[in-house]
Design a binder for this molecule. Sequence first.
Ligand code: SF4
Length: 241
Amino acid sequence: MGLLENKDDIKELVDTLNFKEKIDRSLTLIKEAYKKYGDSLVVANSLGKDSVCIWDLAKKVNSNIRGFIITTRFKPKETIQFMKKAVAQYPELKVFRNDEKIPDRLYETDPDKCCDILKVEPIRRAIEEMNVKCWVTGLRCTEGRTRTDFKEVEERDKGLIKLNPILIWKEREVWQYLALNGVKVNPLYAQGYRSLGCAPCTRITAEEDERAGRWIGTSKCGGECGIHTRPLKINLDGGGI
Ligand code: SF4
């Protein structure tokens, strides 16, 4: 039985595996999935530290692996600059965004709807257009209150596998990997951010929770944009399944 079928206790692995064992496990998960899904395995890259970590790991497995970036009109200029450099270096990274008109300050009045339109819609399109059967994410179970119950391999949408190869990594281990492998990171981290998103919804905080600076002052505080929780496969009628 391969690692893709593992039923291991994720919370136990967070504290029992050492740094090297975690890297090896992540690489094995990506290798097995790439062997199974080939070019229909695609990496989601949000341009945060976990994404550049997973992108680097995937490229170590096979340099042909493709990726997609979901961007919005509200991303900070530093993130846009970082994105442009990443795409110039890796043309196999495709950018998706939704430019449809939305009400002013929707991120304040209805952030769930705003994320649905600006983030979830383009990711559905990315999955459709890039013919994705397995998408790889940099999700980690120690990031915050909303991320404790994910698995390394999931099928939330029928026919779409989600692989979370660094699910058991701690924040420190991500930085350790990036430093040891010389991976460039979004310059916003140097300003004190720990979790990056759209400018109106992301702040620097001194809270323990890594995602505490996201959507402060709304019902979504420290929560999710919906990419990891909403259906992503498009039916012929345009709805999720
Ligand atoms: S993070 Fe904020 S600005 Fe960005 S899509 Fe979500 S609600 Fe809108």
